[in-house]
Design a protein around this ligand. Structure first.
Ligand SMILES: [Zn+2]
Ligand SMILES: [Zn+2]
Length: 239
């Protein structure tokens, strides 16, 4: 089959999602765009993946503290082109973007040698779900689960409280907003399991912390957090 025909038949697969150029790789992103993406590289906090400027293994936020999630990882920094792609997935109704993003997440998960029995997408509050029509974290979780052949469950863990926008809030303020926002509906499913929580962006870690707290209380043995991107400034707003 000629490349032109492939592009015509499967435009989303054979067209670069960033520049519309022709593309023939698993990411649906052309070579030159792949080079220009904002990968999370260099030394990062071994717990939350915050880029580290100073010596040591932990960032300021994690040093000496106990968090409920065991590790948070992401293939990208929330910046530039990646920011645009995530916005497209989240606000632009471009659901097909979940697939290429999940491939990068799968690569990262494999490289970090994590092991999860069950994937749980971070639930969206119903007001936002109604506005948007879909939960981008569930799209990412389904695409990722398909690649890594891990079960996804979007019903065992739900959001029971509407939370005000997290705009311009710091970790503590976000955390207090999220108290009692989530509930484990199926404790049997979670008990003794290594859970992989999937979300689009890791900002302050408040959501990851609150979700992991509930899952651990329900008996999860381990909670990992995998997002597409990690903000490079923990105060940056993205809700
Ligand atoms: Zn491109
Ligand atoms: Zn950290």
């Amino acid at each position: 089959m000629t490349s032109k025909l492939l592009k015509m038949l499967f435009p989303e697969k054979y067209t670069c999602v960033i520049c519309d150029d022709e593309v023939f790789n698993k990411y649906s992103i052309c070579k030159s765009c792949l080079k220009s993406l904002e990968y999370l590289t260099g030394k990062t906090c071994i717990h939350c993946s915050d880029p580290l400027i100073s010596m040591g293994d932990y960032c300021k936020r994690c040093k000496g503290k106990v968090f409920y999630y065991d590790r948070a990882i992401a293939p990208f920094v929330f910046d530039g082109k990646i920011k645009g792609i995530i916005h497209g997935l989240k606000y632009g109704n471009k659901k097909y973007l979940a697939e290429p993003l999940a491939i990068f997440m799968a690569d990262k998960y494999t490289n970090e040698k994590l092991f999860a029995d069950l994937i749980i997408p971070v639930p969206l509050c119903s007001r936002r779900l109604n506005e948007r029509g879909y939960n981008q974290s569930l799209l990412l979780a389904n695409a990722f689960g398909k690649i890594k052949k891990i079960k996804v469950d979007a019903d065992a863990f739900i959001r029971i409280k509407e939370t005000p926008p997290q705009t311009n809030l710091d970790f503590m303020e976000r955390q207090s907003n999220l108290v009692n926002a989530f509930k484990v509906l199926n404790k049997k499913l979670v008990k003794g399991k290594s859970i992989l929580l999937i979300d689009d962006v890791f900002t302050t870690g408040a959501t990851a912390t609150e979700c992991a707290k509930m899952l651990k209380k329900a008996g999860a043995s381990c909670v990992y957090v995998l997002t597409v991107a990690h903000t490079n400034k923990s105060q940056e707003n993205f809700d």
